[in-house]
Ligand binder design. Sequence first.
Ligand code: KIV
Ligand code: NA
Length: 266
Amino acid sequence: MLTRIDFQQMKEKKKKITMLTSYDYPSAKLAEEAGIDMLLVGDSLGMVVLGYDSTVKVTVDDMIHHAKAVKRGAENTFMVVDMPFMSYHISLEESLTHARNIFQSTDAQALKIEGATTELLNLTRRLTDSGIPVVAHLGLTPQSVNVLGGFKVQAREKQTADKLIEDAKQLEVNGAIAVVLECVPLDLAKTVTEELTIPTIGIGAGVHCDGQVLVYHDILKYGVDRLPKFVKPYTDLNDTIKGAIESYCSDVVDQLFPTEKQSFKN
Ligand code: KIV
Ligand code: NA
């Protein structure tokens, strides 16, 4: 399995890091077989797998349930698991308890948290010191969608851009092993990538990041209707799967399935 040292060296050698979300056994197995560097059990599972309209309904138990399946499918791949909405904001003690539960029960390699408040910088330090690597997440932080006022590009003004750069540096100082940059202008992502020694992983953050992450269902067009601008779909499973199900149904109706080939004899 690759480790944080490998990701660090990839950054230094300018070899891009590949990351993809995964929420279950088959997606993890296929991604590992395809040679992905890192898997993210994202709380985006609330939207793409559970059908919620944001990530705020996702629970610690949801994350554990899905991450365990991912680990069974990809035992040899570095797995990052999101800490879900409000599981790391009430108190340091409660945050550490949730982090321990998720980390221990899923065999994760790192946990991801959104933001860089003083409390979260402290939490990053405490988790790191306790042996739990932290991946940070800046820019569009979907757990705050209701505060941000929607899913849109962040840090477009100099002041907010400077703040993001400072936040990223503070996260690094406090032990974060990588920073996800979501929906920020590509020049800002370039600056952050140059200023940090830890890798940046971009999603809607341009080509200059040290790695890229996308949502499994988005790159496959699988169960999603609308794709954000920053996604490039690599196939269209919606059509493939619907076509296959339609064929199955018509075969059953027309008694073309099962044939003798799929039947047992005495
Ligand atoms: O939950 C998720 O899928 C994520 C990525 C978009 C970075 O956090
Ligand atoms: Na997430």
